[in-house]
Design a protein around this ligand. Sequence first.
Ligand code: CUA
Length: 167
Amino acid sequence: MSRPPDRPSTTVYLYELAWILPSIAIPVGMLAALTVTAFGAGVHLPTVEGRIVPTQVSQTAPFDAPGLRQVGPGRYEVVLTSQIWAFAPNEIRVPAGSTVTFVATSKDVVHGLLIPRAHVNVMLLPGQIARVAARFETPGEYPMLCHEYCGIAHHTMWGKVIVEPAS
Ligand code: CUA
């Protein structure tokens, strides 16, 4: 008299399935999110906007004249330099509803430009030029922080964007 062959337990099978399905669904979901944000929302890694000799930033246009300038109706460009431990310019004033493009680089070590309320987050690397645009809709002060450790007074390296009510 022989025993009937063992049949796989349905419980074990379902348990395996409960692990296998998420392990497929999660990467597929991440890939979908990546595709949507990259091609739909235009979120991408900053590319090299240009290169610059870091020791010659002050003599190289446009960084020889840092500051804010209007480039169109409601559109501004800030040429921004960073060095231990300050941004130049340190304070930027624009009317509400402005789109501001930051063109920035470092004169010495690695710094960062973080404007949390405006979704600006870019590294400022010596030798490279960064370009990032942000829209400022709501009047108020937007702190502009260095978020890459750049030495003993890193924590003092900050400025602000002041958004004034549109007239
Ligand atoms: Cu500059 Cu931290």
